[in-house]
Design a protein around this ligand. Structure first.
Ligand code: ASP
Ligand code: MG
Length: 404
C-alpha cells in the first residue's frame, strides 16, 4: 500500500473556505492513487478559546475534563473535512482517537502516544476510504480522553506514519517550508530544499513555528521523511530526512537567532567541587531552562566566573533564586537583558575546517562583540547584543553563501 499521511495545522483549516481547499489537496493525492490518511488540528484559535472557557469555570479546572474539552476542536475540524470530501463524492469519515484507538500513557494534558491500533483504519483504507483522524488527542487505559501537549497534532501525525508504515508524512502549514534564516528578519532568506533531522532539531528556534521539535525527534527515530509545505501555495516545501539522503554542497544549512534571552554572570565564585551544581539545582527545581553555560578557567585556582543564559521571562525569578541561595558565595552578580543567540547550523562543518574562524571574523568585521561562545558537532552559537541580531544574520548568511 502506498500510504501517505497528510497533517493539516490550525491555520490550514482555519476557515470554511480553507477547509474546502484542504479537501481539494486530499482529493489530489487520491487521484494519484495514494492511500491517504489525514490528521487534523483544530481550526486556528479554537483550542485557545476552549482553554479560556475552562478557566472561567474554575481556576483549578480538572485535568481530565480539560482534555475532553480542549480536544473537541479537532473533532469539529475532522468532521468538516470528511463532510466536504463526502460532498465531493469521496468515501471519507472522521475517526476520533478512541474509535481507532490511539492509546496514550502519562498524565492528562501531557500524555504520550504509545500504541495505535491499525486494524480498522487499514480495512477502511482497503475499501477506498479516506480516514480523517483527530490530532492531539488519545485515550488512556482507563478509557479517558487525553491530550498530548500543545501543538500535539504533529506528534499524532508522526506516530500515525510510524504505525501505518507510511513512507512520508506531509505537514501542511501556513509557511512554505523551512528557511535558511527567519524571512521576517532577512529578506534574502531562502527556502531549504532538504535538511537532516539533526539540523532541523538544532534549528528549533526557526523550526518551532514550522513543527514541534519532539515530533522531529520521533520522525528521526522512526526514519519517517517529513515534507513541510504550505496548504495555500502550490510549491514544493522542505524535506526533512536522514543525512545519507542528502547531497549538499553548503557547509552551513541555516542561521538561527533567539529572542528574549538574558545573560547572568556570577563573578568571583569560589572554585571548588559542587559549586556549579549548587547554583543550578534550585534553578532546575523551579523549571528555569538554562541554555548556554560558560565557566572561565580559574587563573589562581581559587575563584572563577560563571555565565549562563536564560529566557528573559525567567529573569526576575532567577535573580531572586540566586540572591536567596545561601549555599553559594560570589563577589558580584551581573544581569544583562536584551542579548540574542545566533547559531550557524550545518552537518557540513563536521568535515570542513575553519568554520568557527569564519564566523568570528565575519562578526568582527561588522564590529559585533561576542559575549559567549558554545559549539556542538553541527552548530556554533554566539551570544551578542540583541540590537545586532539582524546585522549578524545578514553578514553570516552572506559569508556562508546562503544568499543565493
Ligand atoms: N489544537 C491543538 C493546539 O492548539 C493541537 C495542535 O494544534 O497541534 O495546541
Ligand atoms: Mg497547531
Amino acid at each position: 500500500m502506498k500510504i501517505v499521511v497528510l497533517k493539516f495545522g490550525g491555520t490550514s483549516v482555519g476557515t470554511i473556505e480553507k477547509i474546502k481547499k484542504v479537501a481539494e489537496i486530499i482529493a489530489n493525492y487520491k487521484r494519484k492513487k495514494y492511500k491517504v490518511i489525514v490528521v487534523s488540528s483544530a481550526m486556528s484559535g479554537v483550542t485557545n478559546e476552549l482553554i479560556k472557557k475552562s478557566s472561567k469555570i474554575s481556576d483549578n479546572f480538572s485535568n481530565s475534563e480539560h482534555d475532553v474539552l480542549v480536544s473537541s476542536g479537532e473533532q469539529i475540524a475532522c468532521s468538516l473535512i470528511a463532510g466536504r470530501l463526502v460532498h465531493k463524492g469521496y468515501k471519507s469519515r472522521s475517526w476520533l482517537s478512541w474509535q481507532i484507538p490511539i492509546l496514550t500513557v502519562g498524565a492528562h494534558r501531557n500524555s504520550r502516544i504509545n500504541q495505535i491500533n491499525s486494524n480498522k483504519i487499514k480495512k477502511y483504507l482497503k475499501q477506498g476510504g479516506v480516514p480523517i483522524i483527530t490530532g492531539f488527542q488519545g485515550v488512556n487505559n482507563e478509557n479517558r480522553i487525553t491530550t498530548i501537549g500543545r501543538g500535539g497534532s504533529d506528534a499524532t501525525a508522526i506516530m500515525v506514519a510510524k504505525f501505518f508504515k507510511a513512507k512520508r508524512c506531509v505537514i501542511y502549514t501556513d509557511v512554505q517550508g523551512v528557511y535558511t534564516t527567519d524571512p521576517n528578519k532577512l529578506k534574502k532568506a531562502k527556502k531549504i530544499k532538504v535538511i537532516s533531522y539533526e539540523e532541523m532539531l538544532e534549528m528549533a528556534s526557526l523550526g518551532a513555528k514550522v513543527m514541534q521539535p519532539v515530533s522531529i525527534q520521533d520522525a528521526r527515530l522512526n526514519r519517517i521523511d517529513i515534507e513541510v509545505k504550505s496548504s495555500f501555495v502550490k510549491k514544493t516545501g522542505t524535506l526533512i530526512t536522514k543525512r545519507s539522503n542528502i547531497v549538499n554542497n553548503k557547509i552551513i544549512t541555516g542561521i538561527s537567532s533567539t529572542q528574549n534571552d538574558s545573560k547572568v554572570s556570577l563573578i568571583g565564585v569560589k572554585d571548588k567541587p559542587g559549586v556549579a551544581a549548587s547554583i543550578f539545582k534550585p534553578l532546575s527545581k523551579n523549571l528555569i531552562n538554562v541554555d548556554m553555560v560558560v565557566q572561565n578557567i580559574s587563573a589562581n585556582g581559587k575563584e572563577t566566573d560563571l555565565t549562563f543564559t536564560i529566557k528573559s521571562d525567567d529573569l526576575n525569578k532567577t535573580k531572586k533564586i540566586i540572591q536567596e541561595n545561601r549555599t553559594i558565595k560570589y563577589r558580584k552578580l551581573i544581569f544583562e537583558k536584551d542579548v540574542s543567540k545566533i547559531s550557524a547550523i550545518g552537518v557540513g562543518m563536521i568535515t570542513t575546517p575553519g568554520v568557527t574562524f569564519r564566523m568570528f571574523q565575519t562578526l568582527a568585521d561588522k564590529k559585533i562583540n561576542i559575549k559567549v561562545i558554545s559549539t556542538s558537532e553541527i552548530k556554533i552559537s554566539v551570544l551578542i547584543d540583541k540590537k545586532d541580531t539582524n546585522k549578524a544574520l545578514a553578514a553570516l548568511h552572506k559569508e556562508f553563501k546562503l544568499d543565493y
